[in-house]
Design a binder for this molecule. Structure first.
Ligand code: NDP
Length: 251
């Protein structure tokens, strides 16, 4: 089903976690993959593990100069990107009143603006080819959230809005744009979240999952690879939950 032969897929936040799994899944489906991450050593090591189909660039997605330079370098080595996965993101916890504007800008820079900057850098190439697919990694928090997750939930809701709007803008040029909204996925990010919460929070989270388990990065990656592929050729402007059924529950 998921054939990415001859595709060139860029993945942000690809040093570890969901991004590393997405890059590996795309390469396993036949794509050449360009890995971008702020963690240069980590992204180089992940690219090395994937093998000759992978190249990498150090890049802070909030910096437009670094984004343009990284996308251009990967175009030189891999070819024009036909796929993009805007995956880099960070958790953010803040109080509505005491949060500073600087903190707000930092969170929205990574969790929303970065996806637009990288999309802006790859879209001209996709338009020239007349095809392409973008997948934005949003979150269950885009549609339902819990106290303490402000402003992460706001930024991720914005990312789903960006997904819909970009899908409308670039659909006529043959480019599809979708979001994937993971629930609890076992990565370092989730470990950091559990570490700062009450010890029972992990068990409480498990109890909310219809499937009785948390997700793996590979389970998100297989859905992302499908959405990048021609098998999802009639899917655009959509937000796909990968959350073990959490968003299907009322209580
Ligand atoms: P991880 O923290 O494990 O990995 C994220 C990667 O992105 C890290 O290598 C990180 O580098 C990198 N990164 C962070 N900021 C930037 C930046 N400005 N520019 C480039 N790279 C950056 O996260 P996950 O794999 O868990 O999450 C991936 C995505 O999935 C995120 O957008 C997250 O919000 C979303 N998500 C995750 C869920 C989960 O349960 N894990 C649930 C719902 C959504 P460094 O480590 O140096 O900061």
């Amino acid at each position: 089903m998921t054939d990415l032969t001859d595709e060139v897929v860029l993945v942000t936040g690809a040093a570890r976690g969901i991004g590393a799994a997405v890059a590996a899944a795309a390469a396993a489906s036949g794509a050449r993959v360009g890995l971008l991450d702020i963690d240069g050593d980590g992204v180089r090591e992940t690219a090395r593990r994937i093998g000759p189909a992978a190249d990498w660039a150090t890049c802070d997605i909030t910096r437009e100069d670094q984004v343009d330079e990284a996308v251009s370098a990967l175009r030189e080595s891999l070819g024009t990107a036909t796929g993009l996965v805007n995956n880099a993101g960070r958790n953010a916890y803040a109080d509505v009143v005491s949060m500073t504007t600087r903190q707000w800008d930092e969170v929205f820079g990574v969790d929303l603006k970065g996806a637009w900057l990288v999309s802006r850098a790859v879209l001209p190439g996709m338009r020239d080819l007349g095809r392409g697919a973008i997948v934005n990694i949003a979150s269950l928090h885009a549609t339902m959230t819990c106290p303490g997750m402000f402003p992460y939930a706001s930024a991720k809701a914005g990312l789903v809005g960006l997904t819909r709007s970009m899908a409308l803008e670039v659909g006529p040029q043959g480019i599809r744009v979708n979001a994937v909204s993971p629930g609890y996925i076992e990565t370092d990010l989730l470990a950091e979240y559990f570490a700062q919460e009450r010890p029972e929070v992990r068990e409480e989270a498990l109890a909310k999952h219809i499937l009785g388990r948390l997700g793996t990065p590979e389970q998100v990656a297989s859905v992302v690879a499908f959405l990048l592929s021609g098998a999802a050729g009639f899917v655009t402007g959509a937000d796909w939950p990968v959350d073990g059924g959490m968003s299907a529950r009322f209580a």
